[in-house]
Design a protein around this ligand. Structure first.
Ligand code: ACO
Length: 334
């Protein structure tokens, strides 16, 4: 969606939170039949963070959100909308966003969650940008937060090596600021691919033959057909990145930095090749954190911002895919 018909919207601040506990590949070698060599060569992941038992998704989300508010220089009372993208909510209801509202004291905000798996943060950006751009609200807090360690089968080497916990957030505001301007966002879904990435037996559909437990998989944990997901991820991310670049009126070669979903370095490389961009234009931090689903792009955006990997005037493309399948992209001038 080109945003030229809406009022301008910009990213006023970012924040993130990573739990203290680091789980290295060497430690995983003691838990399942895997090796550091296999994990690094197939995924690029060297370590991931694991939340403490008492640490909930909303705890992590609230810390990341407060950091984003501080960065934006606004108070919690000024927030009109809180959206949390998550597939690991504190509980099935109330929404994790309601707990975030409570923990921040953001009592003037409407708060709800969206379930778009890894694409949750950019879905939230799309919704918030449209609401601010239409003049319905002023300040939005968008958050991606996950405690994926709670839905992993720690005996399944196919999945447990890939994921981690964490949270990231951004504040969106109306205005024609020269930094952080959101020029375009796109979101998409293909419900025909629900079967290739899911958490069987985690909801009401347990009698559906499509969601019977997969042999060897603990119930209520992530099932993934890795190669299928890989294939769809590359196509979806390439197309949505090119889509927002065109919507923004940019040329691909002018993009200073792509912040892609942090799932697998080989997927990132495949997209880079298809966009014909040099390696240094891709922002990568999955070696430290693994795939944190909806939090991944938000954490990466904050890290890129705080480490000055993106600087004022840079044309930045954020692009993601996730279960559903879902995908999303945004073009932001930093
Ligand atoms: N350690 C050692 N061996 C392993 C491991 C492991 N951790 N995991 C799988 N293997 C084995 C497999 O059992 C298989 O053995 P076999 O040939 O004897 O059957 C072999 O390694 C090769 O498996 P492949 O599936 O072919 O490996 P591939 O190269 O495809 O890599 C991977 C697997 C990393 C999962 C890859 O397919 C991938 O990254 N897919 C996309 C995943 C992804 O991005 N998911 C995002 C989820 S997003 C969300 O919404 C939650």
């Amino acid at each position: 969606m080109p945003l030229s018909k809406l009022n301008p919207v910009y990213i006023a601040g970012t924040g993130s939170y990573l739990p203290e506990k680091i789980l290295s590949n060497a430690e995983l070698e003691k838990m399942v039949d895997t090796s550091d060599e296999w994990i690094v060569s197939r995924t690029g992941i060297k370590a991931r963070r694991i939340a403490a038992e008492h640490e909930s998704t909303s705890d992590m989300a609230s810390i990341a959100a407060q950091r984003a508010l501080d960065d934006a220089g606004i108070t919690a009372e000024e927030v009109d909308l809180i959206i949390v993208g998550t597939i690991t909510p504190d509980m099935s209801f109330p929404a994790t966003a309601c707990y975030v509202q409570q923990k921040l004291g953001a009592h003037n905000a409407v708060a709800y969650d969206i379930s778009a798996a890894c694409s949750g943060f950019l879905y939230a950006m799309n919704i918030a940008t449209a609401q601010i751009g239409a003049g319905l609200i002023k300040n939005a807090l968008i958050i991606g937060a996950e405690k994926l360690s709670s839905i992993l089968d720690w005996t399944d080497r196919n999945t447990c090596v890939l994921f981690g916990d964490g949270a990231g957030a951004a504040v969106l505001r109306p205005g024609n600021e020269s930094t952080g301007r959101v020029h375009a966002t796109r979101i998409g879904t293909d419900g025909r691919q629900t079967g290739i990435l899911k958490v069987p037996n985690s909801g009401t559909a347990t009698l559906d033959p499509e969601v019977q437990p997969v042999e060897g998989n603990a119930t209520g944990t992530i099932y993934m057909a890795g190669r299928e997901v890989f294939r769809h991820a590359v196509t979806a991310m390439k197309e949505s990145a090119l889509g927002v670049i065109a919507d923004a009126g940019w040329k691909t070669e002018d993009v200073a930095r792509v912040i892609p979903h942090q799932a697998n370095l080989r997927i990132i490389d495949a997209i880079r090749e298809r966009l014909n961009l040099p390696k240094e234009r891709m922002f990568v931090n999955l070696d430290k954190y693994g795939n944190t689903s909806a939090a991944a792009i938000a954490i990466a955006l904050d890290e890129a911002n705080k480490t000055k990997s993106i600087v004022r005037g840079d044309k930045v493309v954020l692009v993601v895919f996730g279960a559903g399948l879902t995908w999303a992209a945004a073009a932001v001038e930093w």
